[in-house]
Design a protein around this ligand. Structure first.
Ligand SMILES: Nc1ncnc2c1ncn2[C@@H]1O[C@H](COP(=O)(O)OP(=O)(O)OP(=O)(O)O)[C@@H](O)[C@H]1O
Ligand SMILES: [Mg+2]
Length: 207
């Protein structure tokens, strides 16, 4: 029997690509690898940027005609923050994929000359780091906003969405990282998710 290595899922690949800061901090810390990694913290901008590239190239691989303007407002003075990179990458990939889907929906449904945009901002708010993900896609009906974070809630056709992305993200942000995630939207205009991660929190990978 031939052994074929499984391709790395996106989130693991992101971690591999982002590993240099960990390696540098490891040898002189005298701590086990995982502890040093968590203690050293992560550059949120690098994580966001990498996830955005992965999401974009993933979307382009599926549909070569897919196009969107990506705007980044990444505050370069943000200090490193303790987080579980694999899990936060998973959160970002889902938010970006949702945004890409929403702009495509709006593009197909409505206007000619519509220019899809996804904008990501990472901002230092003192005790918190704030990440905003905004798209100018189809938007979310007010009556659906309470349901978004429930497991299996999806408006996508069977086979296109499981409805688990936001419920898993909610758990990762609130339980694992002690943060918050909120949504603001106007139908036919925009959707914006805002994540706040507290700095003073020890985080553990989920079992
Ligand atoms: N940026 C967005 N614009 C418009 N609707 C959104 C956006 N993000 C989420 N939604 C709505 O929230 C629902 C739930 O999102 P969630 O990420 O949990 O699941 P999904 O994307 O449908 O499936 P999965 O993430 O499991 O592939 C979506 O089906 C969609 O109706
Ligand atoms: Mg999703």
């Amino acid at each position: 029997m031939q052994f074929l290595p499984e391709p790395l899922p996106y989130s693991s690949r992101a971690v591999v690509l982002l590993s240099p800061p960990i390696r540098r901090s490891w040898p002189d810390s005298g701590l086990p690898f995982g502890v040093a990694r968590i203690g050293a913290g992560w550059h949120i901008n690098a994580l966001v940027d990498e996830a955005l590239n992965l999401a974009y190239h993933g979307a382009r691989a599926q549909d070569q005609s897919f196009n969107i303007s990506l705007e980044r407002e990444l505050d370069h003075s943000i200090a490193r923050i303790e987080l579980v990179p694999q899990d936060m990458t998973r959160v970002f990939l889902n938010l970006f994929a949702n945004g890409f889907y929403a702009v495509d929906k709006r593009r197909l449904e409505v206007e000619d000359g519509f220019r899809p945009v996804l904008r990501v901002a990472a901002l230092d708010r003192g005790d918190d780091v704030e990440i905003r993900v905004r798209d100018n896609g189809s938007g979310i009906l007010p009556e659906l906003r309470d349901k978004l974070f429930q497991p299996f809630f999806t408006t996508k056709p069977t086979g296109e969405g499981t409805g688990l992305g936001l419920s898993i993200s909610y758990d990762i942000i609130t339980q694992q990282h002690g943060g918050t995630i909120e949504v603001d939207s106007m139908v036919g205009e925009f959707t914006e998710f805002t994540i706040r991660l507290p700095r003073s929190r020890r985080v553990q990978p989920q079992g």
